[in-house]
Each structure stands twice: as structure tokens, then as C-alpha cells.
Design a protein around this ligand. Structure first.
Ligand SMILES: [Zn+2]
Length: 235
């Protein structure tokens, strides 16, 4: 029965390695998610500012072309001014010229205001583009690396699980059932018994039970946490 206890000790060790690996496997992709979220935030901000910038640029373009058209019109009116025959006509053309000049002045003020806004937007958009350009290859590298790590961990896990099943199946049927049942509720499913104390819940088991376990070397359950108890005879 000493064999069973030694095997149980080995099983617990493998089981703990399996649990640690599973946790590592769960945590690994979170690094990729972190970069993805960061990139998403930057891309979103970039798109928003870029749309705004494009709109301002289009408006400036429109105003500039209006100024150009109006300047041409004012020029031709100024030429027409000399050819007017009546005072009334002269006044009318003069009024047209004044209106045109006011319009040009207004548009130019708008262009100046929009150009300042454009400058501010460019200051924001360019670094965002730079950040996004930097993060994209980082994400690709992280994804490739993580895939490699995940594959490695999965292989290791498969290997450990088969070792675990092999070892567990060599124990008596009732012990296997008990182990599985406890395993579903808590980890580890077995505890080392040291100087009469369960090393998981730290309760001292009744002296009589301890003596019996030492004598028979049968696998018993801890009266408190119900884990299977084993003695490490290498101590
Ligand atoms: Zn216990």
C-alpha cells in the first residue's frame, strides 16, 4: 500500500502542474487582447479626428474657390465700371463690387479660422497615425509569439494529462472515484500527512487514525477537508 501512497503523491504533483499550465494558458492571450484594445482606441480616435480634418480641408477648399471666383467677378465689374453710361448704372456696379469685396473678406476670415483649426487637428492626427503604425507590427509579433507559446503549453498539457491518467488508473477503483469527486470541488484532491497534520487544511487528525494510517499505509480521507491523505516515506 506504500506504493499507492507514493503514486498518490506523484499524481498530486502532476495535477498541480496541470492546474498551473491551465492558468498560464488562460492568461497568455490577454497580452494580445491588451494590445488589440490599445490599437482599437487609437484607431477610433484617429478615424474621428481624420474625418474632422477632412471636413475642414474640404471647407477651406470650397471657400478658396469661392474667393477666386468672386475676385474674378470683382475685377470684371471694376472694368465694367469705366464703361457705365449712367450714374445709376455706375452706382449699381459699385454696389456689386462692394458686396463682392465683403464676401471675399468674410470668406478669407473663415479660411483663416479653419486653417488654424486644421493646424491643431494635424497636430493630433499625425501622432495618432504614428502610434497606430507602431502598434500594428507589435500586435502581429505578439500574436505570432503567443500562438507559439500556446501551442507549446498545449502540448505540455496533453503530455501531463496522459501521465496523470496513467498514474491515476493504477490506483484502486474506489480511490480513483474519490479522487475525481474531490478534484471537482477543490484542488489539490489529496494532501500530505505530516506529523499527524493534514498539510492542506492543517487539522491534526485523531492520533488513532494517524497510527492506523502509518501501520496499514492505506489511503484514508482527512476528517476535516476530506482530501485523500498520503505520507511521504522519503521524509
Ligand atoms: Zn485536511
Amino acid at each position: 500500500m506504500k506504493d499507492h501512497m507514493a503514486r498518490l503523491a506523484a499524481i498530486v504533483k502532476i495535477d498541480q502542474e496541470i492546474q498551473a499550465l491551465k492558468e498560464e494558458l488562460e492568461e497568455t492571450p490577454s497580452k494580445v487582447r491588451e494590445i488589440q484594445n490599445q490599437l482599437q482606441g487609437i484607431t477610433g480616435a484617429f478615424q474621428e479626428k481624420k474625418t474632422e480634418k477632412d471636413k475642414v480641408e474640404a471647407e477651406i477648399k470650397k471657400y478658396k474657390s469661392e474667393v477666386e471666383d468672386e475676385t474674378t467677378l470683382v475685377k470684371s465689374r471694376e472694368e465694367r465700371l469705366n464703361a457705365t453710361k449712367t450714374q445709376k448704372e455706375y452706382q449699381a456696379v459699385l454696389k456689386e463690387i462692394a458686396t463682392g469685396k465683403t464676401m471675399i473678406k468674410e470668406r478669407e476670415a473663415s479660411i483663416a479660422r479653419l486653417s488654424a483649426a486644421l493646424e491643431e487637428l494635424t497636430k493630433v492626427v499625425e501622432p495618432l497615425q504614428g502610434q497606430s503604425d507602431e502598434l500594428l507590427p507589435q500586435l502581429e509579433t505578439a500574436q505570432a509569439e503567443i500562438q507559439g507559446t500556446v501551442d507549446q503549453l498545449a502540448d505540455k498539457l496533453k503530455n501531463l494529462e496522459s501521465q496523470f491518467n496513467e498514474q491515476l488508473s493504477s490506483l484502486p477503483e474506489d480511490i480513483i472515484h474519490k479522487y475525481r469527486r474531490i478534484q471537482d470541488k477543490k484542488q489539490p484532491a489529496a494532501a500530505r500527512l505530516l506529523d499527524g497534520t493534514c498539510q492542506e487544511c492543517y487539522i491534526s487528525i485523531p492520533p488513532q487514525l494517524f497510527l492506523e494510517i502509518r501501520k496499514t499505509q492505506e489511503i484514508n480521507s482527512c476528517p476535516n477537508c476530506h482530501r485523500l491523505l498520503y505520507i511521504d516515506f522519503n521524509d
